[in-house]
Design a protein around this ligand. Structure first.
Ligand SMILES: *Cc1c(COP(=O)(O)O)cnc(C)c1O
Length: 408
């Protein structure tokens, strides 16, 4: 994460990559310009981005960042975007056409649900979902139904789109089972790409491409950026699929700018250290919270009961329990708000994956627009506090939570 993809000789022996604030690049010869554009427009078979052309297509900081990001999951290639939602929207636009069906796990990040359930239907794209915790038979049945829906309208199953763990329930998706179900359902034919939003546990604690996913999606705003000071997104995965998304980014825009890419390169150097520390802190904090008399339960992946299906998925897929979890207090909104208002070290804010601990009340904030019935289904109750643990000293965090619980 420090040296890969950057040659100081090309930048005045600078140890660190400079920030390339330029909108365009000078071609040595007219023939070079033609060659680059043949690559960008797909006129040259196997062509790609083999030179710097114009900053909507590429810039050196973004290219180094993509090379480094791809390493975390041993992916062929990566693309970075101006936000996680830009990545998700351009991904779906690259693969879905009118009459196609998107198969999704539910719940998804709220804005992703808006794209699939509200925006894409205006372009004739259909969708069908299965619950994140679904077993193989339910996944099989959902894909079979999706094939029928697509056939009825002369479309195809465009993509299988997953998110694991689901927010805020932390329900894990069995990616291996989805892979097997997709391969069986499209036996011999074109298996639709399996994409998964890996923001919550990736890239350190979850590597879904090792379990059958074709593409991993990241809101780099969260753990990867990690300092709550930028917004960006990324996709890593198979070359043939990345090559289908890149032209959409070239045309519509949405590439990560040079300054943000530079900040992300800095962030990647400490990603493993930050996530490891946050994970250790979360374990200590959750162990404290679990036994507290004012706490109803703690939805932390490290506490999945032995022998349960979720634990089985966890053991097969994940390398760590993360640092974002759900805290259910005894009581309702009054108790949740009293707790949040009494926190001193942890900050009352939405988002996650930063160096500082954040806490919020999903029912009153991020999920306020979700209909009451669906909120109950997803266990987004008034007594739920969502917490993302940072890299502070664990003892300070435990003292902060102890004080806040006393105030409830
Ligand atoms: C934040 C988030 C997104 C959206 O990313 P932005 O960078 O805010 O656009 C998508 N998925 C998940 C799981 C997220 O937490």
């Amino acid at each position: 994460m420090m040296g890969y993809g950057f040659d100081p000789k090309l930048s005045e022996q600078s140890l660190k990559a400079p920030i390339f604030h330029t909108s365009t690049y000078v071609f040595n010869k007219a023939q070079d310009g033609k060659h680059f554009f043949e690559g960008i427009t797909g006129k040259r078979p196997g062509g790609g981005m083999d030179g710097l052309v114009y900053a909507r297509f590429n810039n050196p900081n973004q290219e180094i960042l993509e090379d480094r990001l791809a390493l975390w999951e041993d992916a062929d290639d990566a693309l970075v975007f101006s936000s996680g939602m830009t990545a998700i929207a351009l991904l779906l636009l690259s693969f879905a056409r009118p009459n196609d069906v998107i198969v999704m796990s539910g719940p998804l990040y709220a804005a992703t649900e808006s794209v699939i359930m509200k925006i894409l239907p205006q372009f004739g794209v259909q969708h069908i979902d299965f619950p994140a915790s679904a077993e193989r038979d339910v996944i099989d049945a959902t894909i079979a139904k999706a094939k029928q829906m697509a056939a009825d309208k002369g479309g195809k199953v465009a993509m299988i789109y997953l998110e694991s763990p689901g927010n805020p329930t932390n329900a894990l998706v069995d990616v291996q089972a989805v892979r097997a179900a997709a391969d069986a359902a499209f036996d011999g034919g074109d298996v639709p790409p399996i994409a998964i939003d890996n923001t919550f546990l990736g890239p350190l604690w979850s590597k879904p491409q090792a379990h059958g996913a074709d593409l991993s999606i990241y809101s780099l705003t969260k753990y990867v950026g990690g300092h709550s000071d930028l917004v960006a997104g990324g996709i890593t995965g198979k070359q043939a699929l990345i090559d289908q998304i890149r032209p959409m980014r070239n045309t519509l825009g949405g590439i990560c700018d040079a300054n943000t890419a530079w900040m992300l390169m800095r962030s990647l150097e400490t990603l493993e250290l930050r996530m490891t520390r946050a994970g250790e802190n979360a374990k200590a904090v959750c162990e404290f919270l679990r036994d507290h008399p004012k706490v109803e339960s703690v939805g932390y992946l490290g506490f999945l009961p032995e022998g349960s299906r979720q634990r089985d998925i966890y053991d097969r897929h994940e390398l760590g329990a993360g640092s974002t979890f759900s805290l259910y207090l005894k009581g309702g909104e009054k108790e949740a708000f009293a707790f949040l208002d009494a926190l001193k070290i942890a900050k009352l804010a939405v988002s996650l994956g930063g160096t500082e601990t954040l806490a919020s009340a999903p029912a009153a904030m991020t999920h306020l627009s979700v209909p009451e019935e669906r909120r109950q289904q997803l266990k987004i109750t008034d007594n739920l506090v969502r917490i993302s643990i940072g890299i502070e000293a664990a003892d300070d965090l435990i003292a902060d939570f102890a004080n806040a619980l006393d105030a409830v």
